[in-house]
Design a protein around this ligand. Structure first.
Ligand code: CMP
Length: 143
């Protein structure tokens, strides 16, 4: 079954938005199969944003996700990569639809609440960066 990696960034944790955001994924029908509250180290942060290396926002973004705990999650479901991106909204909260997570809760592209994989290939890479295989759990889901 398709999986995606979702990170609730420091701003989401500090502002107490974790429960509300997880609720949106649960209500949609996505299945939570992995979750932990972690402090990201530099090595992982730089690997996470490796595709942006050399861009002006690379270093600030790496420093930002290291600055305070984040919630790392794996969600599962048919087409879950695209579904999660629709739930999150545009990268820049300024242009994100107000019905989306970034549109509802964010103001600033550098503090945009949530990260989600942009493809199944990225999802596999990002899940492997944050989770051991045994930390992804299998269980029946109602509905
Ligand atoms: P995310 O989906 O985690 O992927 C890359 C992150 O870089 C993005 O969300 C933003 O938080 C951050 N970022 C900061 N400035 C920019 C920018 N100008 N363009 C794209 N991403 C940016």
């Amino acid at each position: 079954m398709e999986k995606t990696f979702i990170m609730l960034k420091p701003d989401a944790v500090q502002r107490g938005l974790v429960g509300q955001i997880i609720s949106r994924f649960e209500s949609k029908g996505c299945k939570l199969v992995g979750m932990k509250l972690i402090k990201v180290n530099r090595d992982v942060a730089e690997q996470h944003y490796a595709e942006h290396k050399g861009k002006s926002f690379f270093e600030p973004t790496v420093n930002y996700i290291m600055s305070s705990p984040v919630v790392a999650m794996v969600w599962e479901g048919k087409n879950v990569v695209v579904i999660a991106r629709e739930l999150m909204g545009a990268t820049n909260p300024v242009s994100a639809n107000p019905g989306t997570i970034r549109g509802a809760y964010g103001m600033d592209i550098s503090r945009n609440i949530i990260h989600g994989s942009d493809s199944e290939v990225s999802a596999k890479r990002e899940i492997a960066l944050y989770f051991q295989p045994g930390e992804i759990l299998e269980y029946p889901k109602a509905g």
